[in-house]
Write a protein that binds this ligand. Structure first.
Ligand SMILES: NC(=O)c1ccc[n+]([C@@H]2O[C@H](COP(=O)([O-])OP(=O)(O)OC[C@H]3O[C@@H](n4cnc5c(N)ncnc54)[C@H](OP(=O)(O)O)[C@@H]3O)[C@@H](O)[C@H]2O)c1
Length: 458
């Protein structure tokens, strides 16, 4: 094998190599990078897992996964990736010896494992003498509350510095989210509008038609709040509410996001009752097809009381944002998909005319940015949408999962989530969970295929 040039890591160790993330997302993303000639030529992929596979049987599994999940990539590029794959049979519960794998030269250790195994994986890396300069990639959910997130960070810091920990969030690599960030960074004039004087309300919505089938093993007991709000949606709150960072590099951007999250109010019990809602889908129908309820999904434990819909109205303790609600909504098994970030702007001096607000929206799938402005409606009074500006440029050629890997391989943590950001997010989410654990507000049923549970009156 060729030696890698200085600073280039030549081994990606995928811990949990036979799982859904590794086979459905990671291998296709690697194959895409290889096709685009963006994968370092020295990089080898070492799968680590508890299934008793050999190099040969793991390569077969990889080839099958690529045929199924990356059919658009030609056979020779897929085969070229498969040739770079090898396997180590190791059950983390048996305290495997990883010295020969991680202790010799720097590696990228990708934890594609159930979150319950993260601490064991980090211990195994530590016992294996993880070579300095290595990077560790950690998928969401990062902990299950503030305390467990802190503990996991403590474990990680005993093995490598924070700069080499990549808590990855696919949302931050999404084209639309990067458009939002670029818009702020590249257009300083927008900053004079980017505050309570001009923005009335912010809504961040990620609603899906898919239910939890097939993901129950992970989702049950985690739920919509921990799965979506703690990670993705609060990152978007941070990108909107942050002060404009000095530059687009890891320190400035992550400092600005962490500071914004610190200013988001944790909710009191009374506020949890009046500003949040949670729901769980029951049997219903979508486009004429019957849909099971969440409790009928295979493997669900009703006693866990898992919510499949979460709504929160947050405020940011900052003179720029005081009084501006940040409304977060996310749920499964809904009647239509809505994946949108919207900033509602004031169109008339407050209290003078009641035109609906102009809206700047960022859609995720299909990716699109639109700006609806007020002009004269048919009756001559201001109305929104006579003027619409819409993006028309093509999306980036690489999906979020591939761009994220590129950043990890380049050692660029700008879009990875730092420990203090994670802790601030959990502070906010823990305040909601405390109310929900006390039964406030109650968990509502909503039929699959509907618009979701009733939401608090604003
Ligand atoms: N899948 C997604 O779309 C997705 C999206 C975002 C984030 N994530 C996160 O990514 C992580 C992995 O998710 P996943 O969906 O891939 O889970 P998964 O399908 O359950 O796969 C987990 C993998 O870990 C292996 N594993 C479990 N216990 C082990 C042990 N003691 N020693 C060694 N290997 C062990 C499993 O081996 P076996 O094959 O033998 O069970 C399997 O290969 C989770 O943290 C999840 O939250 C997943």
């Amino acid at each position: 094998m060729k030696n890698a040039p200085d600073g280039v890591i030549d081994q990606l160790v995928v811990m949990g190599a036979t799982g859904d993330l590794a086979t459905r997302h990671l291998l296709p993303a690697l194959a895409l990078l290889l096709r685009e000639r963006r994968l370092p030529s020295e990089l080898r992929v070492l799968g680590v897992g508890r299934k008793p596979l050999t190099d040969k049987t793991y390569r077969k599994l990889g080839a099958r996964a690529l045929a199924e999940h990356a059919p658009g990539i030609n056979v020779s590029d897929r085969a070229a990736l498969v040739r770079r794959m090898g396997y180590l049979h190791a059950d983390l519960r048996q305290r495997p010896d990883l010295r020969a794998v991680v202790g010799v030269r720097p590696v990228i250790a990708y934890l594609a494992l159930p979150p319950s195994e993260y601490p064991r994986a980090v211990q195994a890396l530590r016992a294996g003498g993880l070579a300095p300069g290595s990077r560790i990639v950690v998928e969401k959910p990062f902990g299950e509350d503030l305390e467990s997130a802190r503990e996991l960070s403590r474990l990680l810091h005993a093995v490598c510095p924070e700069r080499d920990v990549f808590r990855v969030d696919h949302f931050l690599h999404h084209q639309t989210v990067q458009d939002l960030l670029a818009l702020r960074l590249a257009n300083p004039f927008l900053e004079s509008l980017w505050n309570r004087e001009h923005i009335e309300r912010v809504e961040i919505t990620w609603e899906e038609t898919a239910g939890a089938a097939g993901r129950v093993g992970y989702y049950d007991g985690v739920g919509a709040l921990r799965d979506m709000v703690q990670s993705h949606l609060l990152q978007i709150v941070a990108l909107i509410a942050m002060d404009i960072p000095a530059g687009f590099e890891e320190r400035s951007l992550r400092d600005a996001k962490a500071a914004a999250l610190r200013r988001v109010h944790a909710l009191t019990t009374h506020q949890v009752a009046t500003r949040t809602a949670r729901g769980r889908y029951t049997a219903g129908s979508l486009r004429g097809q019957p849909r099971r309820g969440y409790l009928q999904e295979l493997g669900v434990d009703a006693a866990r009381g898992t919510e499949t819909y979460a709504y929160l109205r947050l405020t940011v303790d900052d003179p720029n944002w005081s009084g501006v609600p940040f409304v977060l909504r996310t749920g499964k098994a809904l009647g239509r998909p809505r994946r949108r970030i919207s900033l509602f702007l004031r169109t008339t001096p407050r209290g003078v005319l009641s035109a609906a607000p102009a809206v700047l929206s960022f859609d995720m799938g299909p990716d699109r940015v639109t700006f609806d402005l007020a002009g004269a409606g048919s009756n001559g009074l201001p109305a929104v949408a006579p003027f619409r500006f819409e993006t028309s440029r093509p999306s980036q050629p690489l999906p979020a999962s591939a761009r994220l890997l590129e950043d990890v391989m380049a050692g660029n943590p700008t879009l990875a989530v730092r420990d203090d950001e994670v802790e601030e997010s959990w502070r906010i989410v823990d305040s909601v969970l405390a109310g929900w654990r006390a039964g406030v507000p109650p968990l509502q049923d909503y039929p699959a295929g509907s618009a979701g549970p009733d939401l608090p009156v604003e």
